[in-house]
Ligand binder design. Structure first.
Ligand code: RB5
Length: 469
């Protein structure tokens, strides 16, 4: 049965009945060495599941339960190994959401519940999310309120007893700072939380090794993944927003559906509450690419970023303050001399630009399609904002660049054409002929193209049509 909790919706079964628990794994399509969290309705229920009781546990239960914190403790024999993911420890939590507590109390049972989604999908924070994933796969879905926390509970390993400090295995809304404050000593973070794991390209799972048995959910398997490709931009917030807007425009020009997820550092709780729901919206509306801004990795921001990084498969781009506009330049042997001169010109006259020289690097004969394509791809991938390509006439290399979807390459032979190439066609690549255009003329054309604004309006309608081709 799917039921609401304050963190995310859970898919619950009698924690003490191995068959019931197996059916949860089955409904979710979940690997069976991933432990489940056992939910209790009263603090007193803890002693039915473990013999351990430490000073830290008492302090934490008093301060935080009922609430979004889970403790990993040695399991009593009564807890089946299928519930613990094969371990001799069990993860226990007392939720604060009233429906959940009533369900547990009225059933008179501890309830094992992972999140009520198909394994690998973003966690469900409304009953509608559960319906989307699990209709027909489970016996019942309780249509309760939307989850107020929005990310899963903080999981703490208490098995060190009073000797070793607790270890956070999964960060949540109850932060390390809060836990340390309650127990009066530092908690440590599981080392896996601080490094970027290697991702297995075929499964999307972190590479952890065969023998790794996770003590907490969220440590071993791919999690929270949207259907769209997702990139996280990390750096000064304003610079990040500029880069995201720029990237969005480029991707939309290629006909892709782009969704942007950004929160400022003052919106950490909102980000936690909404993040999974936003991913699910993207799944529904056919988003191809998600561009997200990173929160500062502190407090709740650390926990939200733990989920975001996993969702994006650790696809992160670091943004510098005031990122320079980047221009890629490329040529074949016929355009080599002109390309070299343009590179020198831009370096002298436009130190505010970053020029990426993609070759060729000598007058030895090479094939212009290779360089046209390379420059075009560099621009549409977002590794450069604009491109300049040169060959003998500019013709061959412009044809090559235009074969790349999203490129609007204009071959120009006058300043007026360079002006219109930007104003009307919003050319993102400029092509010039090394044997047909003198360097000084070429500089004037480049200057005109760089400084002219796109006209928009009817021109936008037409460039949109171009980009759809
Ligand atoms: C190479 O000799 C020449 O054909 C090339 O640079 C270009 O003019 C092609 O369009």
């Amino acid at each position: 049965m799917a039921f609401p909790t304050e963190t995310v919706y859970g898919l619950g079964a009698n924690a003490l009945d191995p068959d019931a628990v197996k059916r949860v794994y089955l409904a979710k399509g979940r690997p069976s060495d991933n432990p489940m969290i056992v939910h209790i309705g009263e603090k007193s229920g803890l002693k039915d599941l473990t013999d351990l009781m430490t000073r830290d546990m008492e302090l934490l239960m008093d301060a935080i339960w009922p609430g979004p914190m889970t403790m990993v403790v040695p399991a009593k024999d009564i807890v089946p190994r299928v519930t613990t993911g094969g371990l001799d420890t069990v993860a226990i939590r007392m939720p604060s959401e009233e429906t959940a507590r009533q369900l547990i109390i009225k059933s008179g049972l501890p309830i094992a519940a992972p999140s009520a989604n198909l394994s690998g999908h973003p966690s469900p924070t409304t009953y509608r999310h559960c319906m989307d994933d699990l209709m027909g796969r489970v016996d019942a879905i309780i249509c309760g309120p939307d989850c107020q926390v929005g990310i899963e509970s903080t999981v703490i390993d208490m098995t060190g007893g009073d000797d070793r400090p607790p270890v956070i295995l999964r960060p949540g809304i109850v932060t390390a700072e809060k836990i340390s404050q309650v127990i009066g000593r530092e908690v440590s973070l599981d080392p896996s939380l601080l490094k970027k794991p290697k991702i297995d390209k075929t499964t999307g799972n972190p590479v952890t090794g065969q023998d790794f048995h996770p003590k907490s959910p969220g440590m071993k398997y791919k999690h929270y993944a949207p259907k769209a490709e997702m990139t996280i931009f990390r750096g000064p917030h304003d610079a990040v927003l500029r880069v995201i807007e720029d990237r969005r425009a480029k991707l939309e020009a290629q006909g892709l559906k782009v969704s942007v997820i950004t929160y400022s550092d003052s919106e950490q709780e909102t980000a936690a509450r909404e993040f999974f729901a936003r991913l699910r919206e993207c799944d529904k509306d056919g988003t191809d690419v998600i561009l997200a801004s990173a929160l500062r990795e502190e407090g709740v921001g650390f926990s939200v970023m733990n989920r975001m990084f996993k969702s994006a498969g650790y696809n992160i781009e670091d943004v510098m303050e005031d990122q320079k506009m980047r221009i890629a330049i490329a040529s074949d042997h016929g355009g080599f001399q002109l390309k070299e001169k343009i590179r020198e010109y831009l370096g002298e006259k436009h130190p505010e630009l970053e020029v990426k020289d993609l070759g060729t690097y000598s007058e030895e004969s090479v094939d212009y399609p290779v360089y046209g394509k390379l420059c075009g791809e560099t621009v549409v991938k977002g590794d450069a904002d604009l491109g300049i390509v040169c060959c003998g006439t500019g013709i061959g290399i412009s044809i090559a660049a235009n074969k790349v979807k999203g490129v609007r390459c204009a071959l120009v032979t006058s300043v007026e054409m360079a002006h219109l190439a930007k104003e009307h066609n919003n050319a993102n690549v400029l092509a010039l002929g090394g044997r047909t255009t003198q360097p000084e003329e070429a500089f004037a054309m480049v200057e005109e193209w760089l400084t002219t604004e796109f006209g928009g309006g009817r021109h936008k309608r037409r460039t949109d049509l171009l980009d759809e081709m």
